[in-house]
Design a protein around this ligand. Structure first.
Ligand SMILES: [Fe+2]
Length: 371
């Protein structure tokens, strides 16, 4: 039987009203919290007021660091760390989607360590322990609440880079399905397809083991069933199950990382500002079509217990209202060489999770098929 590795230092609270029930636990991590969040949605939904209210009742002072970009970049992190140090915060709380949570994790590193965040891309040793992090996700895709990754946009390098360390795993993750009720349908679907991509890629990663495949498969089953049921009427059951699936997908990729779909997807986000989940959803069937013919026949046949055949996966993406071809994004053949180069750059780490070498020629072939 194969070996299994599983480690999880995150206390996960999933369920209705879990914010009211468990947010007070932050006081075990610190007494002055830097609240890292985006520009609008957590304010408009009343979530920030709710969080700061509960914190204040429990003797925790809050310092707001709002305005993190949808694709958090170097300046989001470095400015946040400055505020964190100046205000002497001792805990960082990320509230929002992957952007806020990843920024919070990266800020926690820089708040106690010298240099800039570029010094910590990859798996680096830290002089000092990062500040403890707590998170409250408000989208249903990233899984960042249970991963050791913080993905940061490096605009100079024209790709996303990852800070990776067990030391940035959130200590507390509170998933309250109530937070999803104000999320527009198109974002439930796009972020849900990010989770779908996490699980499917995780399943194919050379680091996958029995347990990560259990998480990945269960997540895919939930997403395949519930994503088509998301309605603007905010069907609670569908959204809660997609939320749960994104948590399972996070547990899977924390073990395995992703493969090339994510790395390739970055090329669309960098050049077209395509939503991260939308980019993955578009590329996923074409990557799998290629891989099934090139070394992954058995694994993809196993995954076809979910979608039966790749054509169904393409239909699934299309019926969710997402672009299903590169041409839908206005991309032409003239753009393919540039996207190939950026795919290679974006997938630098992920190719290590593949069982064979994959490079320029292969990326180009996949991109042309997705055109
Ligand atoms: Fe992702």
């Amino acid at each position: 039987m194969e070996n299994i590795y599983f480690s999880m230092d995150t206390k996960v609270y999933f369920g209705r009203d879990s914010i009211s029930a468990h947010l007070h636990l932050i006081k075990k991590l610190g007494t002055k919290a830097l609240i890292v969040t985006g520009k609008k949605s957590a304010f408009e939904s009343g979530l920030i007021d709710k969080v700061t209210g509960i914190c204040s009742q429990n003797g925790i002072t809050c310092v707001l660091y709002p305005g993190v970009n949808p694709e958090p970049d170097i300046s989001d992190v470095e400015n946040g760390a400055l505020v964190c140090r100046e205000e002497k915060c001792d805990v960082v709380v990320g509230i929002g989607g992957g952007s806020a949570m990843d920024a919070a994790k990266a800020i926690a590193v820089l708040a106690t360590n010298p240099g800039g965040i570029r010094d910590y891309f990859g798996e680096k040793d830290y002089t000092c322990l990062p500040l403890p992090v707590a998170v409250i996700p408000t989208t249903c895709g990233t899984g960042s609440e249970v991963t050791r990754f913080a993905v940061i946009m490096d605009r100079e390098a024209r790709t996303k880079k990852t800070v990776s360390s067990e030391k940035i795993l959130p200590r507390i993750a509170i998933l309250d399905p109530e937070t999803l009720t104000t999320l527009p349908k198109h974002l439930v679907v796009a972020t849900g397809m990010d989770a779908f991509s996490h699980s499917a890629e995780s399943y194919l990663s050379s680091k996958a083991d029995y347990l990560s495949r259990v998480f990945a498969l269960e997540s895919l089953k939930l997403l395949w069933k519930y994503l088509p049921m998301v309605e603007e009427d905010k069907k609670e059951d569908a959204r809660s199950n997609i939320f749960l699936a994104s948590l399972l997908a996070g547990l899977a990729i924390n073990r395995t990382g992703t493969i090339i779909v994510h790395g390739m997807g970055y090329s669309l986000t960098v050049t077209r500002e395509t939503h991260h989940g939308t980019a993955n959803a578009l590329l996923l069937p074409y990557v799998f079509e290629y891989l099934k013919k090139n070394g992954y026949h058995n694994e993809l046949t196993e995954l076809e217990q979910i979608w039966v055949e790749t054509e169904h996966l393409k239909d699934f993406v299309k019926k969710l209202g997402l672009p299903s071809k590169l041409r839908d994004l206005g991309i032409t053949e003239a753009d393919i060489d540039g996207l190939t180069e950026l795919s290679e750059l974006g997938a630098q780490r992920a190719v290590k999770n593949m069982k064979m070498l994959i490079g320029n020629k292969e990326f180009k072939e996949i991109l042309l098929s997705a055109l």
